[in-house]
Design a protein. Structure first.
Length: 224
């Protein structure tokens, strides 16, 4: 994995007690900044007593917004003023777009308790998306040099994490049934000319809500 999709404050250790499956919270549509701040607050209080703080998966979608990771470079940012706000975040990675019709799954996980390395978590996140798409007969793959999930050469899911005191937050975004045009104004994830796709364009008619629920369950299986 490249460092581009990751931001780490401290490393993790290896302790692996039996853990309950993460709790899934369905948030509906939320503002990006408010959700990001809520993830920070949840993770900060875990540092004081993480043994009594459950892992959670947050399902949401956001109004149109470009988010820029800590490695974000000016040359990858929107080339036109299309009225979509730009938010600089503390996740790893470059710039991406979030909008209605995209499933966003945030992972609030104590990696120490789960004895997970960051590299392993990223692979499992990718596998959860790959397995979700396989349910619909869609062949997808990860790319070690460019974290995310791809169908052919087109990116269908983006990943970005923050690791703080051994706990992860942020997560992944799966394109389901959205307006893809705003991606054309940026270099998605820092790759000029990178094609993007979505499940609807691949023949899937299930709603973002249904796909999100399936994705969360595949993620839970990957964490078991």
């Amino acid at each position: 994995m490249t460092a581009a999709a990751l931001a780490i404050d401290h490393g993790t250790d290896s302790r692996a007690p039996t853990l309950a499956a993460p709790k899934v919270r369905t948030l509906g549509r939320t503002e990006y900044a408010a959700t990001w701040q809520a993830m920070q607050a949840y993770t900060a209080q875990r540092g004081a007593d993480s043994a009594n703080s459950a892992d959670e998966l947050w399902l949401t979608e956001h109004p149109p917004v470009y988010t820029v990771g800590i490695a974000g470079r000016a040359e990858h940012l929107p080339r036109i003023d299309n009225g979509i706000p730009v938010v600089r975040s503390d996740r790893g990675g470059q710039v991406t777009y979030h909008g209605p019709g995209q499933v966003v799954l945030y992972l609030l996980l104590d990696l120490r308790r789960r004895a997970l390395s960051v590299r392993t978590l990223v692979r499992r996140m990718e596998n959860a998306v790959i397995d979700s798409l396989a349910d619909y007969g869609i062949a997808a793959r990860g790319r070690p040099e460019a974290p995310g999930v791809y169908v052919g050469d087109a990116k269908i899911a983006a990943l970005g994490l923050r690791i703080r005191n051994g706990c992860a937050y942020h997560g992944l975004a799966l394109n389901v049934d959205m307006d893809l045009a705003p991606f054309a104004a940026i270099d998605p994830c820092g790759y000029p000319g990178l094609a993007v796709t979505q499940t609807r364009d691949l023949g899937v008619r299930d709603t973002p809500e249904l796909l999100g629920a399936k994705l969360a369950q595949h993620m839970i299986r990957q964490l078991a």
